[in-house]
Design a protein around this ligand. Structure first.
Ligand code: H79
Length: 447
């Protein structure tokens, strides 16, 4: 008996702490874990770090490409780049203000760069001195302040984390992204003794809702390592959501998986929106101008109308919109971004019901002027009109419940309409509520 007991004890101590495998999660378990994220639909990306100091200019010239890649595109040696870190002192940073700007825009989750490709860390990391507490004069834990402000406001806090690292000598890649000229870079050592301990630290300290990886395309990173990392993280936080760039599955900038069983919970189209609906979860990340990290010279802002139409297009196709801001070296979200987010919030205040927690219809649009979403209980169709209609509009492909009412969001009185053969002919109100797009709520189904 005793020996059996000992054998059992040995068994439990050997396998009791075994890592659980989360790669073949049952559909209903995944559905439950993804629910808040699917319902949220609208998130804010924040690209912020030492690259906000040069703000897209090096040696008097505006660099080509995006601001956060300046170290690479201008071939800045590590000791030179470290000078930007040494002067990163964003005294106007106010986490509560940032979160209020997001929340008023209707944003439900924030994804901020804990570490971008340059390797500089925005939190108080015990794993490195290349962080906000030790290498920069600011000495305030940015991620802590933001995650506290998010908790208070009921906004989910998430981190973008780059696998590629231009500052860690062991992470030096064979493929042209090198800056260190390390004699014998030991990528496994970087992965096990730097990357994973930092991610563990982020989870334990700040409890992020999503980890959003990037820089996975370096040849040193493999799908196997991605799957291992996925499991490592889910074991630390079982309900964590992780993007598909944790492994090698994503197909270029279109971002969806190019093979089955790739690690990660959602696809990541970058600077584009899918052509139609998809069978799996996805999120389009996009900039408001042409850069992620702040650039003084980039004034090529998209209009509020364009951003709202993107949100509608994405929601109608069943995706999420992760819209970027690039705060300045002083710690401010650019005015141009704040103005646009304000207009988005005003639109969402009226029409959010047609966006959040909706599903996509088989026919997600009708012509160029109408996009559809469906209420989660399947009872209502939201016909979102994206060009100002005239006196009336025809909504096609709809079977309306006979005798039911048609409402425009933001208008109290029901609309006058007639319905025949799957076409609902609706008389518009004299005054349209708000700008840029209008929603008719119809009880029925899209055919
Ligand atoms: O953080 C922002 C950018 O700095 C970062 N992603 C967004 C969210 C970004 N890094 N690089 N790029 C965007 C463009 C890089 C594209 C390429 Fe590739 C990498 C071309 C070849 C390797 C994409 C990935 C296409 C193939 C693999």
């Amino acid at each position: 008996m005793r020996s059996m007991f000992l054998a059992m004890l040995l068994f439990v101590s050997m396998f009791g702490n075994a890592q659980k495998n989360y790669l073949n999660e049952p559909k209903d378990v995944k559905d439950q874990r993804m629910k808040w994220w699917r319902d949220a639909t609208f998130g804010m990306f924040i690209h912020w770090g030492a690259y906000a100091v040069p703000a897209g200019e090096y040696q008097g010239k505006t660099v080509k490409g995006v601001g956060e890649w300046i170290m690479h595109s201008s071939n800045i040696p590590v000791p030179e780049y470290e000078k930007f870190v040494a002067s990163f002192n964003p005294e106007k940073f106010n986490a509560k203000e940032w979160v209020a700007i997001a929340k008023n825009a209707g944003i439900k989750y924030i994804v901020i760069t804990s570490k971008h490709h340059d390797g500089f860390c925005l939190w108080d990391s015990k794993v490195t001195n290349y962080d906000i507490m030790d290498a920069a004069p600011f000495k305030r834990d940015i991620l802590k302040e933001l995650s506290d402000a998010c908790k208070e406001a009921g906004v989910k806090m998430c981190f973008y984390h780059s696998i590629m690292d231009w500052h860690q000598p062991d992470a030096e890649s064979k493929k042209s992204y090198a800056h260190q000229n390390t004699a014998n870079p030991d990528f496994a050592r970087y992965r096990e003794q730097y990357l994973k301990p930092q991610l563990k630290e982020l989870i334990e300290k700040y409890d992020p809702a999503v980890l959003w990886f990037d820089g996975e395309w370096i040849p040193e990173w493999t799908e196997e390592q991605g799957k291992d990392l996925y499991n490592f993280l889910r074991n630390l936080k079982p309900d964590l959501i992780i993007n598909n760039r944790v492994g090698k599955g994503r197909s270029g900038m279109q971002g969806m998986n190019k093979y089955k069983d790739a690690a990660g919970d959602f696809g990541t189209p970058e600077q584009e929106i899918l052509e139609g609906t998809a069978d799996s979860d996805w999120e389009s990340c996009m900039t408001m101008n042409d850069t992620w990290g702040f650039m003084k010279a980039d004034k090529n802002w998209k209009s509020s109308e364009n951003l709202i139409h993107n949100l509608i297009d994405i929601a109608a196709k069943g995706g999420n919109y992760l819209l970027n801001v690039g705060p300045t070296g002083e710690g401010l979200i650019p005015d141009a971004s704040v103005e646009r987010l304000k207009e988005m919030g005003e639109w969402i205040n009226i029409n959010g019901e047609a966006i959040y927690a909706t599903n996509s219809a088989k026919h997600y649009k009708e012509g160029d002027n109408i996009k559809y979403t469906l209420s989660s209980d399947g009872r209502y169709v939201y016909a979102i009109i994206i060009k100002a209609p005239g006196e009336s509009i025809d909504i096609k492909q709809i079977d309306i419940v006979p005798g039911s009412k048609v409402h425009m969001l933001g208008v109290k009185k029901a609309m006058k309409y007639s319905a025949q053969d799957g076409v609902v002919h609706v008389k518009m109100p004299k005054e349209l509520p708000g700008k840029y797009a209008w929603v008719l709520k119809v009880e029925g189904i899209v055919k």
